[in-house]
Design a protein around this ligand. Structure first.
Ligand code: MTE
Ligand code: MO
Length: 444
C-alpha cells in the first residue's frame, strides 16, 4: 500500500504524458476497462467520479489535481491500490508504471498473471498500436548471416513450441535496503516471479537466420518508447552473451500461463532469459540483433545493470571501467506464508513456506531460523520443475514463549554459496541484494 508521502512523490501522472485526456491515456495503456478499480481515480477521469464518490463529495478543482495524487481522505485508508489486470501489487512509481508484489501474494508455485511484478523503463506501447496479427520480429545484426523478418504467425508455425517455468527477477530487487540509498525504484522483495512461459527457442530462430562465427552477444529492441517522448532515444535495449541466448530455456515467448502475456509484461512477444537480471528479458520485442560485440544498447553501459568488479566501500564513486555487467543472479529465497505480522499461539506448530532460486544454478538447501540466525533448521526443498524455475521450501517452526519473533529463510546454491544475513556488497545503483528475507511473528 502506498502511504501519503509516497503518494505525494507520484505527482506527475499518466495524463501528463498521454495528452490532456486522462481517460484516453489509460485506455491506451490498458485497453477499455470493464472492471471496477479500487482508487482508480489515480489513473483517469472515469475514476475521478469514483474517487469523488469515495471522498464523499465532488472534487471541485479536479482539473488542477496532479495525476497520481491520492486524496488525503483516502491516503489514510487501508484500501490497496490496483493496476488493471494486477491484484494487490504495490505501485512504486506511476511514471513509468512500476509495481511489485507483496511477499505473501507470491505464494503460488506458478506466479499468476495478476501477481507478476511490472517494471517499465519507458512508456509501454499503446494498446491500439499492438495487433498480434501484424506484429513482426526482425532478426538482424552484424553477426546475422541471413537477416529475416517473421510475422508472429510465422514464428509460431515455423518453430517448435516449448514451455518452461522460468524465474525472472529485477536486478534492483531489494534496492530499498542499501545505504547510502541508491536511486531508482525502491523495490523491497517483490520484483520477482516465476510464471510458465510458452514460446519458441531463441536458438532455433537465430540458427535459422545464420549465426556467424564472430557472434558474441544478442540484443533486443522493444516497441516501448523513451520517457522523454524523443523518438531517437530508446527506453532500454539489453541482451545476453550468445552462450546464454543459445540455451534450451532461452525463449521468445508469446504466452504466459497458457494465455496471452499481459500487456504490461510484454504482449504480444517477449524474450525470457531466466535466472539473469529480468532487464535482459526484452518485452514487446520487435527486433533481435546478433552482435559481433557486447551489445551497446540503452542501459548496457555506465552504472546501469552493472556492479563494481571488486567490493567497494558504501558511497564510493566507481569509474565505468571498474564496473561489470550483471550476469546470473545470486541465490535468494522468500517467505510467502505466513504473511509478516501474524499472531501464533505459543508452542503450536506453524507451517511456513516459500520459494528459492539461484540464477543459472539450482538451490541445494534452505534453512530457517526463529532466533535471528543463531540456530537454523533445514527446510524441505522441492526440485525445480525444469532448469531456471524456482523451487519451493517448507518448514515447521514453533515459538517457546510469548513475544516477538522473526522467521528468517536462507538458501544455499548448488555451488555452496549461501545468502548473506545482512545486505551484501554496496554498489552505486543498488543491485543484487540477496540478503535473507525475514517476516515478523507475534507469539501469543
Ligand atoms: N522493452 C522493454 N523490455 C523490458 C523492460 C522495459 O522497460 N522495456 N524492462 C526490463 C526490466 S528492467 C525488467 S526487471 C523486466 C520486467 O518484466 P515484467 O515487467 O514483465 O515483470 O522487463 C525487462 N524488459
Ligand atoms: Mo529490472
Amino acid at each position: 500500500m502506498m502511504n501519503e508521502s509516497e503518494a505525494n512523490r507520484n505527482e506527475r501522472g499518466i495524463h501528463e504524458l498521454y495528452g490532456a485526456d486522462p481517460e484516453s491515456a489509460d485506455e491506451k495503456i490498458w485497453g477499455r476497462r470493464t472492471d471496477p478499480l479500487t482508487r482508480r481515480g489515480f489513473f483517469g477521469r472515469a475514476g475521478l467520479t469514483a474517487m469523488s464518490a469515495a471522498v464523499g463529495a465532488e472534487i471541485v478543482f479536479w482539473e488542477t489535481m496532479p495525476g497520481g495524487l491520492i486524496p488525503a481522505a483516502l491516503a489514510q485508508t487501508n484500501e490497496p491500490f490496483s493496476i488493471p489486470g494486477k491484484d494487490g501489487l504495490t505501485v512504486l512509481n506511476d511514471r513509468p508504471i512500476n509495481a511489485e508484489t507483496p511477499a505473501h501474494l507470491l505464494d503460488d508455485n506458478i506466479t499468476p498473471a495478476e501477481r507478476l511484478f511490472v517494471r517499465n523503463n519507458g512508456h509501454p506501447p499503446a494498446v491500439d498500436s499492438i495487433d498480434p496479427e501484424k506484429w513482426t520480429l526482425e532478426i538482424a545484426g552484424e553477426a546475422c548471416e541471413k537477416p529475416t523478418t517473421f510475422t508472429l504467425k510465422e514464428l509460431k508455425e515455423k518453430f517448435p513450441h516449448h514451455t518452461y517455468q522460468l524465474q525472472i527477477e529485477c536486478g534492483g530487487n531489494g534496492r530499498s535496503e542499501f545505504n547510502p540509498p541508491a536511486s531508482g525504484n525502491q523495490w523491497t522483495v517483490g520484483a520477482v516471479g516465476c510464471p510458465q512461459w510458452t514460446g519458441v527457442r531463441l536458438r532455433d530462430v537465430l540458427e535459422s537466420c545464420g549465426i556467424a562465427k564472430n557472434a558474441v552477444y544478442v540484443g533486443y529492441r522493444g516497441a516501448d518508447t523513451h520517457l522523454s517522448g524523443d523518438p531517437t532515444k530508446e527506453a532500454i535495449s539489453r541482451g545476453v552473451p550468445i552462450e546464454k541466448a543459445l540455451e534450451d530455456e532461452s525463449l521468445i515467448a508469446f504466452a504466459m500461463n497458457g494465455a496471452d502475456i499481459p500487456l504490461l509484461n510484454g504482449h504480444p512477444l517477449r524474450m525470457v532469459t531466466g535466472g539473469w537480471p529480468a532487464s535482459t528479458s526484452g518485452k514487446w520485442v520487435r527486433r533481435i540483433e546478433i552482435r559481433d560485440r557486447v551489445h551497446d544498447g540503452e542501459k548496457m553501459t555506465g552504472s546501469s545493470y552493472r556492479v563494481p568488479k571488486h567490493p567497494v566501500a558504501p558511497g564510493t564513486k566507481v569509474p565505468d571501467e571498474d564496473m561489470a555487467i550483471i550476469e546470473s543472479m545470486p541465490v535468494k529465497s522468500i517467505v510467502t506464508f505466513p504473511k509478516s505480522g501474524v499472531s501464533q499461539e505459543v508452542g503450536k506448530a506453524l507451517a511456513c513456506r516459500g520459494h528459492a532460486w539461484a540464477g543459472d544454478l539450482s538451490v541445494s538447501e534452505v534453512h530457517v531460523s526463529i532466533d535471528f540466525g543463531a540456530t537454523w533448521k533445514k527446510a524441505e526443498l522441492s526440485k525445480p520443475v525444469n532448469r531456471l524455475a524456482w523451487q519451493h521450501w517448507n518448514a515447521e517452526v514453533s515459538f517457546p514463549q510469548v513475544g516477538y519473533y522473526e522467521i528468517w529463510a536462507r538458501a544455499v546454491d548448488s555451488e555452496g554459496r549461501s545468502q548473506p544475513m545482512i545486505v551484501p556488497g554496496w554498489n552505486p545503483k543498488g543491485y543484487l541484494n540477496n540478503a535473507c528475507h525475514r517476516i515478523a511473528v507475534q507469539a501469543v
